[in-house]
Design a protein around this ligand. Structure first.
Ligand code: DOR
Length: 447
């Protein structure tokens, strides 16, 4: 027997649009065998997963872990541990840190840092700006997962608003271009009018009227038009409105799409009816919109207009979030409970389990060409999550692993719980605890 083998027996696997009973033999970092019944030497450690579901580890294509420079909000170690507790085994992190990840030197430094501190598998998007085209052209596409552009301002001052630069970027990178779309002029005009009305006492309920549907639609449609003109491979982040869905197509398999879209858990869970109770804790860019928008997003996800489920995990401290509207930053921590929220949505009849796995595990791997992850397949890395989908639990402060110590889901009871997480063949989360030794690896790409 190889000392590095382990056997997971009697679980119900959800994978590639199927739900079936099977055993999994893990050897070293990878899945060695998947079969109805696997018999092994008596001395191989066996985990009995009877009554549990097993899915591939989630790949979150949009997180902000704040390191370097903003570590009073979060850091790679704390947030990647929270990710493991939430069944997220790999993450793509955003460039709006301080300094920004907009030079190859900063990008290498972030990787170096993560190699020492990450607890989940990692890769870092490279940020485009109005003046770093030469850096973008020189990127190693075997190592960089994608380019991130802020086409609307948000945390970190990374707006790219020079049309000529944008066209040059779209024309000159083979990488996926992931975009934050909100039209800056529309937002500025709306904000000015709202300040004229309320002074500095703007109610949070005005947020989706300032960062409104029109701002999203205008910016998304311009980005899509530019991608069509230049042939760029575009991925539009965090779609928040029903209107934008008309910009996407569902008649092609993901691998053949030139333009894809992501939806985030907060836009699927909350609506403008929640602003009264949650206040600035659910202030996000793009804003949480109406209940009709939310229902349309679920439909768009189920009908494959939307391709990827993610979090846009973006922690800020409670002190920062509790300020008045104009000062409270947008964003909130999500990685620990995105999957339980999705499992609860399954129980509410909003989505099938197979669809959750397709959008949160398979599709990010396909979209970013992530090597040997995102599926339960022989030869692939053994990143998987054991779920008790019937177990109910309330989100309470004491259980939060985020550095910022709060969650927009506090007080909510979810049905569906992450029991154990296996990363690169090792149990890294069990009995409510993250293992102190990291098993994380840098993601690699099959391009
Ligand atoms: O709400 C948001 N917060 N949206 C973003 O695009 C950025 C993020 C952050 O970094 O705080």
């Amino acid at each position: 027997m190889s000392p590095s083998q382990k056997l997971i027996k009697n679980g119900t696997l959800i994978n590639e649009n199927q739900i079936f009973q099977a055993d999994l033999l893990i050897e070293g970092k990878r899945i060695k065998k998947i079969a109805a019944s696997i018999h092994c030497d008596a001395d191989i450690p066996i985990f009995d997963a009877k009554g549990k579901y097993i899915i591939p580890g989630l790949i979150d294509d949009q997180v902000h872990f704040r390191e370097p420079g903003l570590t009073h909000k979060a850091c790679i170690e704390t947030e990647s541990k929270a990710a493991l507790a939430g069944g997220i085994t790999s993450f793509l992190e955003m460039p709006n840190t301080s300094p920004q990840t907009t030079t190859r030197v900063e990008w290498e430094a972030k990787n170096e840092r993560a190699s020492k501190t990450a607890y989940a598998n990692y890769a870092f998007m490279f940020g485009g700006t109005n003046d770093n085209l030469e850096e973008i052209r020189a990127l190693d596409i075997q190592r960089v997962p994608a380019l991130k552009l802020f086409l609307g301002s948000s945390t970190g001052n990374m707006l790219v608003d020079n049309p000529e630069v944008l066209k040059s970027i779209f024309s000159s990178t083979p990488l996926v271009i992931a975009v934050h779309c909100e039209d800056e002029e529309t937002i500025k005009t709306n904000l000015k009018a709202t300040i004229a009305q309320y002074g500095d006492q703007i109610p949070i309920s005005e947020h989706p009227k300032i960062r409104n549907e029109e701002a999203c639609y205008l910016s998304s449609s311009q980005a899509i038009a530019l991608a069509k003109e230049t042939g760029a491979r575009l991925h539009v982040f965090h779609i928040s409105t029903a209107k934008e869905l008309a910009l996407f197509e569902n008649n092609l398999p993901l691998e053949e799409k030139q333009i894809t879209a992501e939806v985030c858990i907060h836009h699927l869970w909350f609506s403008d009816a929640d602003y009264e109770e949650k206040g600035t804790h659910i202030k996000w860019n793009p804003a949480i919109k109406t209940q009709e928008d939310r229902e349309a997003l679920w439909e768009g996800l189920n009908s494959d207009l939307l391709d990827v489920l993610a979090t846009d995990h973006a922690p800020h401290t409670l002190e920062e979030k509790n300020q008045i509207y104009t000062k409270a930053p947008s964003g909130g921590p999500l990685v620990q409970h995105a999957l339980p929220a999705l499992l609860s949505a399954y129980h509410q009849g909003k989505i099938r389990l197979e669809k959750i796995v397709q959008k949160a595990c398979h599709n990010p791997a396909l979209l970013f060409d992530i090597k040997d992850r995102g599926f339960l397949r022989e030869g692939y890395f053994a990143d998987l999550v054991v779920l008790d989908i019937e177990k109910e639990f309330e989100v309470v402060k004491e259980d939060l692993l985020y550095h910022c110590g709060w969650s927009p889901f506090e007080g909510i009871t979810f049905k569906g719980c992450v029991e154990q997480t296996l990363l690169n063949g090792q149990w890294v989360y069990l009995n409510g605890k993250v293992h102190p030794n990291s098993a994380a690896m840098a993601l690699t790409f099959d391009r």
